[in-house]
Design a protein around this ligand. Structure first.
Ligand code: NAP
Length: 422
């Protein structure tokens, strides 16, 4: 029995893990430059298809499901009686995502960014859900109803924006979003079909404007569940989809501790590593290892700016990884570009410890803290920043170790409850 994913470059796909979680141990990656030959051989039972072949595969199929036919996009192929049947389970994945978030599409003006294969699927779905108006904005319009980015003013009254372009997708996480969201005052939801990183710059821009943000991970898991149903003529209950989503989200998230020196960042990182196997990244220790100097020595010999540059370069690498626990240097929060990198895959926890508590023990090896007043000054400068970037604020009131069960519970609750949210 051969099942798997057909596409061009699949190195970072999480589909095998997702299908395994639904019970398919035979699911493999099939990267190819020649999808036609692969399909002609018919040496498989079921396939998923991804970029750039969702339309390429159409001529090789014997039968198309009505949605695949309408959207000209096939992401699931099932072989039955030696005939190839094509389906579009992205449509089902999107439908489950929208229902999960209880987003009412009916009567809404919705902006689709991009006009490729996924945009076709999204527009079929929005039509079926009776959106009042759907506009596509793109680089190369294919008909009069599609707008170019220079015509953005015409759609500023839209209520939901759905990104179907790869702008901001791994490995180009740092790509700027395509347009300023400042004047889109009616927008309630920003949906990005991208799921790696978990929070693209599009979603982060939207979040800072108070817009509800949703990434594509739940859609990915839900479309895989529907494909699994078609492969095995079975049904996958919604609570199973949600459980697989939670676990996939956990595996893709970095837990990032921010806060003043000696607030417990390294301790909690080690405890999470010991219990859950997340890889530890202690940014100060890594920079010391990389440079062969202590942090006070770096400050003395090369200055604070050099140290901050090293922090930024390290954050750039770490931010593209998954399932790490990161203990950050206390001053990283002062660099907005660096914190944005951390936000891409990070769940950021501010360990809020009172400076008076910190000063009960000697504070060593900190070039910016030479006397107690220095810590109070840093605390008042940085507190608003810690609060700004935190996804969770955790007050440390007792021996840090005693708080661990509570922190662990809240982190687990985040993955269990947050479900489809980004
Ligand atoms: P596609 O057919 O290649 O279409 C990509 C679209 O993005 C095209 O309109 C393309 O415009 C546009 N685009 C690419 N780069 C751009 C840029 N720098 N600026 C502006 N527009 C740009 O790809 P697709 O199959 O629709 O997939 C698109 C995205 O959706 C991918 O990120 C994919 O991972 C995601 N997706 C996610 C799920 C999920 O389950 N979460 C499912 C399906 C797709 P041009 O024609 O001008 O290049």
């Amino acid at each position: 029995m051969i099942y798997g994913l057909l596409g061009k470059s699949l190195a970072h796909s999480v589909s095998p893990e997702i299908h395994k979680a639904f019970g398919n141990d035979c699911y493999k990656l099939y990267p190819t430059d020649n999808p036609g030959q692969f399909l002609k051989n018919k040496a498989f039972s079921g396939l998923n298809v991804t970029i750039p072949y969702k339309e390429t595969v159409l001529p090789y199929l014997d039968q198309l499901d009505p949605i695949a036919n309408r959207s000209h996009s096939v992401n699931t192929i099932v072989k039955k009686d030696n005939k190839l049947h094509g389906y579009n389970t992205d449509y089902d994945g999107l439908s489950m995502l929208v229902d999960h978030h209880k987003i009412d599409i009916r009567g809404k003006h919705i902006l689709i960014v991009g006009n490729g294969g996924a945009a076709n699927t999204v527009s079929c779905f929005l039509e079926d859900r009776k959106a009042q108006k759907v506009t596509k904005i793109c680089r190369k319009p294919r008909n009069d109803s599609e707008l170019t980015f220079s015509e953005i003013d015409k759609v500023k009254d839209c209520e939901i924006i759905i990104n179907t372009t790869p702008v901001g997708m791994y490995p180009d996480n740092e790509s700027d979003w395509l347009f300023d969201l400042g004047e889109f005052t009616n927008v309630t939801h920003a949906i990005d079909l991208i799921y790696n990183p978990l929070r693209t710059n599009f979603l982060l821009d939207a979040k800072t404007r108070g817009i509800k943000t949703i990434n594509g991970l739940f859609m990915l898991v839900a479309q895989a569940a529907r494909a699994h149903e078609l492969f095995f003529e079975t049904s996958v209950p919604m609570d199973r989809i949600q459980a697989v989503y939670s676990e996939t989200l956990r595996q893709m998230t970095n837990i990032i501790f921010i806060g003043l020196p000696s607030s417990g960042k390294s301790l909690y990182a080690r405890l999470l590593h010991d219990k859950y196997g997340l890889q530890i990244m202690d940014t100060d220790r890594i920079i010391e290892q990389m440079t062969g100097m202590t942090i006070p020595e770096i400050f003395d010999s090369q200055g604070e700016k050099h140290f901050r540059d090293q922090e930024f370069l390290l954050a750039r690498t770490i931010s593209k990884t998954h399932y790490q626990v990161i203990s950050t240097g206390g001053g990283m929060v002062t660099n907005p570009a660096l914190m944005r990198l951390f936000q891409h895959n990070g769940y950021i926890i501010f360990l809020d410890k009172d400076p008076a508590e910190i000063l009960k023990y000697p504070v060593r090896n900190r070039p910016l803290i030479k006397k107690p007043e220095d810590l109070y000054r840093l605390a008042s400068q940085r507190r608003p920043l810690y609060e700004k970037y935190a996804d969770m604020i955790f007050k440390i009131t007792k021996d840090a170790k005693l708080h661990f069960p509570e922190i662990e519970r809240l982190i687990n609750e985040h993955f269990d409850n947050q479900r489809a949210e980004s």
